[in-house]
Design a protein around this ligand. Structure first.
Ligand SMILES: Cc1cc2nc3c(=O)[nH]c(=O)nc-3n(C[C@H](O)[C@H](O)[C@H](O)COP(=O)(O)OP(=O)(O)OC[C@H]3O[C@@H](n4cnc5c(N)ncnc54)[C@H](O)[C@@H]3O)c2cc1C
Length: 700
């Protein structure tokens, strides 16, 4: 009580400060009651807003709460009160970026007869001339001061985003002349003017270039109009595509020889690794491991996948049986082998599992199933790994000279996050993590509580309801909800949809938006648009008492996915079941303990349960690295997932701070795109064409 009073006093003091500084924020505050959790959350936002206005803000480098954010969260009828319950922890982002380059902000206008091709060509010829001459001043003159350059491997051998013309300048000073970029070509296709919002316009174009004698790369640029009528770069994305001397063995470079009767035995020998060792050992045969193996095969790098399950695809097959992908087929294609044109938009997990098995076969990947990697010891002298593999029958095989060990062991290494509550031993029912749950029909006639309110919790709860099981969802904190239909329409319908861009182009366009750009207005606007389309759904959920948020700083789905890989549900029907009371909801008090017959909450309320399913996500991926490689490696390696201050994902597909150690964690789209980046790095290392990396100076 005493602490609550102090907190309340602090909040009120802060509000007083804000009232003095920021009249527009002040206008939203009278309705706030510091005793209400939702109001407290708004006040957290305001606390951070005060930091923004403080003179030392720039040094503090906290994410700004933009005008769009305050407007979207505080003045929109739909998003008042309970939908504002964005938790403080999800707000602790530290991303650099600038407000959107709207026409208004730029003081620019758009002439109706603008010739996008002429403008892009003129800008591009100056850009390529300056770049080829290593004229850093000349290059940065073509950029706005509030601009971004994202590079994947082409100039940095790393994943880097440089924000602001000063950082771009530093980067170019360090890397431009040594990279020896040349042979720039502007592509005619995919060039044009785009107007994602009425006040936001850019000319977008793609280009190709070479990186010295080493690489072939591509780029995407976006130019925005300036007050003086010129166009300057707001964003450039550069991406390494190939190694010049080592092209992928596809198309004309495929095996052209007929093979009469020898193929089966050759494949057997290749898979057996009887008298040789693989250069690369991939732990895990989900889509992540399979696609990297396929990419490495194109580079002739001997690779083996060890998969502890008995069949490829089991990682999907063994999940709850109701699982169906939440994103559509156009987003999910695998590298080299797109789904056939009659593939359903949303793949049931079991169908996807079958496709992965087929993929391994069709791509001639070397896979050992029922084979667990149990130990890996690093030899620091020659940077290799001694890896112990154990088969289901107890037999072992040890490889002593693995040069690259790739953990493709899934979402956080598939290590369940199981919160612990007192009284677990008293409880007479069954406790499961969502990864252990299989069939709703196993629990017919029982009372089930699903702990959690994100994707798995919704899928599992709706499956229970459809199987006639009495099910309650216990929501611990607020959730970001968007309907798949409207979310996809707003976010991806120009990229990943029937008749939209080719998948490889869509992947590059998608990667060309730095997360710092998205987090400072663009994602908030898209999220707002989705929320307006989902207005009825969200209002009905709110009326039902379901706690909603708008994602981190109002950015919706994307930043939650890239920072936490959780916190959202892309609605495919379960939300309506909650609204209708078909899935019961409990979220008015924190879970305190188990009882013999159910769960007890802090306010003294209880709910009966025979089965409690914890849909509480997964833990730190490094747990599995620790288990297999030991403490020393786990302590030194970088985190996996979450964003560094440039908005780049930690660990996955890149330097893990331990030579020869890699992690691949992503969804289907990311695995498709970034499997190539791991393969390129490994091939370049093997051929002594790699580096040096240009890595973030502060430790991440
Ligand atoms: C419920 C759920 C729904 C999801 N829905 C979507 C979706 O709609 N769209 C999307 O794109 N993504 C989705 N994802 C995310 C992601 O695509 C999946 O988690 C996907 O399975 C990740 O593929 P992966 O290859 O990285 O890992 P996994 O598929 O998890 O494969 C890892 C493999 O590693 C093996 N393994 C682990 N340890 C060892 C060891 N020591 N030795 C040998 N083998 C080992 C495991 O047996 C497993 O087969 C979902 C994830 C979950 C959990």
């Amino acid at each position: 009580m005493y602490i609550a009073c102090i907190l309340q006093f602090c909040y009120l003091s802060i509000i007083r400060m804000i009232l003095n500084r920021e009249p527009r924020i002040a206008s939203i505050l009278p309705a706030m009651d510091p005793a209400e959790p939702e109001s407290r959350t708004v006040m957290h936002i305001c606390v951070l807003e005060v930091r923004r206005t403080a003179a030392d803000y720039a040094a503090s480098r906290q994410l700004t709460f933009s005008d769009a954010y305050i407007n979207s969260h505080c003045s929109n009828q739909l998003l008042t009160s309970s939908s504002l319950s964005v938790t403080r922890s999800t707000m602790a982002l530290n991303l650099q970026g600038f407000p959107l380059p709207t026409l208004d902000r730029l003081g620019a206008s758009l002439s109706p007869d603008v010739d996008a091709k002429a403008i892009a060509s003129e800008w591009f010829s100056s850009f390529s001339a300056c770049v080829e001459a290593s004229d850093v001043e000349g290059v940065v003159h073509l950029f706005m001061s509030e601009s971004y350059w994202r590079d994947i491997l082409a100039l940095t051998w790393d994943f880097r985003t440089f924000t602001g013309v000063n950082n771009i300048k530093e980067f170019l000073k360090d890397r431009l002349s040594i990279s020896q970029l040349k042979a720039f070509k502007l592509r005619d296709e995919f060039l044009g003017i785009q107007r994602p919002f009425p006040d936001l316009v850019w000319i977008s174009f793609m280009f190709d270039f070479e990186v010295g004698n080493t690489g072939i790369a591509s780029g995407i640029g976006r130019l925005v109009p300036q007050a003086d009528g010129s166009w300057k770069a707001n964003c450039i994305f550069t991406n390494l595509e190939e190694l010049k001397e080592y092209p992928e063995k596809v198309g004309f470079l495929r095996n052209l020889e007929p093979n009469h009767g020898l193929w089966a035995a050759q494949r057997q020998r290749e898979i057996a690794f009887e008298d040789k060792e693989p250069t690369v050992l991939i732990i895990g045969g989900g889509q992540g491991g399979l696609e990297i193996a396929a990419r490495l095969k194109m580079y002739d790098i001997p690779t083996l996948i060890a998969e502890k399950n008995s069949r490829i695809g089991d990682s999907w097959r063994n999940r709850y049986k109701a699982l169906c992908l939440h994103d559509p087929v156009w987003y999910d294609h695998l590298a080299y082998l797109p789904f056939p044109p009659n593939w359903p938009a949303y793949s049931p997990a079991a169908k996807l599992a079958g496709w992965l098995e087929y993929y391994a076969e069709a791509m001639e990947l070397n896979v050992w199933t029922s084979c667990e990697v149990v130990k890996s010891v690093r030899n620091e002298e020659n940077n290799t790994w001694a890896v112990t593999l154990q088969f289901a029958d107890g037999k072992e095989r040890i490889f002593n000279n693995i040069k690259h060990l790739i953990f493709a062991t899934g979402l956080s290494g598939n290590q369940p996050n199981m919160p612990s509550y007192p009284g677990k031993d008293l409880f007479k029912g069954q406790i499961l993590h969502s990864s252990e749950h299989s069939l709703a029909s196993d629990h017919i006639g029982k009372k089930v509580v699903v702990v959690g309110a994100c994707t798995s919790a919704h899928d599992i709860a709706s499956d229970y309801y459809l199987n006639g099981v009495d099910v309650t969802m216990y929501q611990r904190s607020s959730t970001y909800i968007m309907s798949t239909k409207h979310g996809w329409e707003v976010l991806f319908s120009n990229l990943y949809a029937e008749g939209a861009l080719p998948t490889d182009i869509a992947d590059r366009v998608s990667a060309s938006f730095p997360l710092g750009f998205a987090a400072h207005g663009f994602a908030q606007r898209s999220t707002q648009l989705i929320a307006e389309k989902d207005k009825t759904l969200l209002e009905d959920l709110r009326k039902r008492g379901f706690k909603l948020n708008m994602g981190i700083d109002g950015t919706g789905f994307g930043l939650l996915a890239w920072t936490k890989a959780s916190g959202y549900y892309l609605d495919v029907g379960a939300s309506q079941m909650i609204i209708d009371g078909k899935i019961k909801l409990k979220n008015d008090s924190q879970l305190q303990s188990f009882t013999e017959t159910g769960l007890k909450f802090e306010d003294g309320s209880e709910i009966p349960a025979d089965v409690v399913v914890f849909a509480t996500g997964f833990s730190d991926a490094r747990l599995l690295i620790r288990k297999i490689c030991g403490d020393d490696v786990a302590n030194k390696c970088s985190p996996v997932w979450g964003l560094n201050e440039e908005g780049e994902i930690h660990g996955s597909w890149k330097d893990m701070k331990i030579p020869g150690l890699w992690y691949a964690m992503g969804n289907l789209a990311m695995d498709r795109f970034h499997s190539k980046h791991i393969a390129l790095q490994i091939k370049a290392m093997e051929e002594k064409k790699f580096g040096p990396r240009y890595s973030l100076r502060v430790s991440s």
